[in-house]
Design a protein around this ligand. Sequence first.
Ligand SMILES: [Zn+2]
Length: 384
Amino acid sequence: VQQFLAVNSPRLVLLAACLAAVPAFGAAEPVPVTVSIDTSGPSTRAVVTFKAPVAYRVQEDAGRVMVVCEQPLAPEIAERVLEDGIVKGFVVQGDHEIAFTTGRGYRRLESFELKNPSRLVLDFQGDRGARSVPAVVPGGGGQTIIVIDPGHGGVETGAIGPSGTKEKDVTLDLARRLKALLVKQGVTVVLTRDEDRVLPLDDRTAIANENRAELFVSIHLNASKRKSAYGAETYYLSTDATDDEARTLAALENKAYEPPGVTPPPGIAPADKSLELILWDLAQNSYLAESSRLAVSVQKELNDMTGVRDRGVRQAPFRVLMGATMPAILVEAGFISNPDEEARFKDDAYKDKVAAAIARAIAGFRRSVAALDTGPAASGAARP
Ligand SMILES: [Zn+2]
């Protein structure tokens, strides 16, 4: 994966986050915090776990990445030195600040947050030189992991077709078929859900991030008020939608974000959400070019397979894609609102064809990435 082609050296990266809706700890009471660091993957990953939600910002300047918190901190360990070319260690400075010292191999920071407990994940991307360690995988080994995300689940049914077919059932069925095909390509596949249950959108992305997946593919079925609407569409992230239809679709899919029955308190939610959007957007931002190429590849295979008119690759602010720290796409495999297409998704042979088209596209995309990696990357490695 071409992670270092567009290395820019921002003097100051400011990520603002406000995890604090209602802090469980008083404003002046120190929040216990632990910092764990994993140097076994291609990047050095620091996970800062807060005992309670805190407001913080991430700041970067020469040789340092600082997490500056609004509340005072009670660190479990105040300092640590690492034998690592990307991160040399961290120190807790004063009451409010965790400072990471970056090494010569450091190139770029990716970050995202996880909840329950509140965690800030900092991925220090870079190059350790001679040391080359495959990504950590549950169960060991250096396999390539692809995360397939069957949309919706449980009481959150997604769209429902004219004869009652539920989006959540078709997406899981397609995901299982796609998994079987990708496994044949020698890929380890993780499904975000392999049963009929509710799963928040952020958790889906977190599964991909925690597994350090190479790709994230979310599968959905489209719905339109126009009963005649048909065909597949492949999306990648943008904060601006391609058009009104894409905007409406993203709003519909993003509804799944809040678990049923949970309504954010009025007045707090909008501000928090906009801040979160900035943070999450940054996580996927570095992968948009690759996400776009993957989307093009999938859309082409789906068009070839279905022979339907090209609805094209589109962009929309899908929440499930925002925090992904890898190329990430959302496939709307067809319009469940269209009676003909709904009937097709009851047909095993048709579902196999859809899965096969996506699997072919992923194989093609991975080949093109491998070709790029052995090209420029190999000559890069030969440099002193
Ligand atoms: Zn959906």
